[in-house]
Design a protein around this ligand. Sequence first.
Ligand SMILES: Nc1ncnc2c1ncn2[C@@H]1O[C@H](COP(=O)(O)OP(=O)(O)O)[C@@H](O)[C@H]1O
Ligand SMILES: [Mg+2]
Length: 294
Amino acid sequence: MKVERIRGDAPVEEVQGLSRLAFATQAELTPPSGALAETAETVAADFATHGGLLLRDDDGRLLATCRVRRDGTAWVLRRCAVDPTYRRGGVGRRLVEEAHAWAAEEGALRTHIGVRHALTGSRRFWERVGYQPLGERAFYTELVRPLPVVLHGSDETFALGERLAADLRPGDLLLLSGPLGAGKTALTQGIGAGLGVRGAVTSPTFVLARVHRGPLPLVHVDAYRLRDSGSSRLELDDLDLDASLEDSVTVVEWGEGLVEGLADARLEIRIERPSDDARTVVVLPHGLRWSVFS
Ligand SMILES: Nc1ncnc2c1ncn2[C@@H]1O[C@H](COP(=O)(O)OP(=O)(O)O)[C@@H](O)[C@H]1O
Ligand SMILES: [Mg+2]
């Protein structure tokens, strides 16, 4: 087997032939899959604009294909089709692993897919390759899989914070977890820089929270002592803030299990410290705020 990444000319007829084959064995879907109504032009445009993958056997026969859509730090995998005779041979998994590697190499932090409610086998496949539900849509579930990143040096941690900031909106809640010295504050400094807020972001040692004014204000909370004091939940009043969370981005260090109630959706960011000079980061969104489907 060989997997090829394409961003440009694609063998459109082969791709369409495989799609028809793959979708023909599926249950009748309501509404019908858009894959059946595609034209050669839209397939070609997908591959040219965003790209896709082709998996062939050693004789060059196309066994599986998938297209991608790039949306900031998130990529969408779409129109995934596997030749029905090869479905149990690890072909789908191989294709998807290659898609994840591609997305990670190009800086994506997560991939999303939509799975029709009716396709329970397909749902199991995606869960086995690391996807978890983000939220329910009218006739499908949106699932998401984090793409762990390795960061070498605090500059890279800072830069990741800046990149995350570019996707943030008023009302967003970010939960940072990881041991002492993992880089939670360092990441928050990058987020603050990306948001363009005023005042140095530091560990709020003597206060629970600090507000940084700016175009999109940053509320930086360090719940470490709160956790120590045995509190079971963080309430808005505890923060005693001169800022509205709906108009700000709220970043909470040590907030796991304490602050989930502050917003319907959240971005969980886990930082691990495999060695002194590197960190691994996993970014996992919860809730349709982080949806990449319209
Ligand atoms: N990717 C990285 N590789 C190596 N060291 C890092 C990296 N990111 C941050 N650091 C260092 O780790 C420490 C993190 O401190 P800090 O951000 O205060 O951690 P926390 O808030 O999680 O307790 C800093 O000394 C910083 O320079
Ligand atoms: Mg800290």
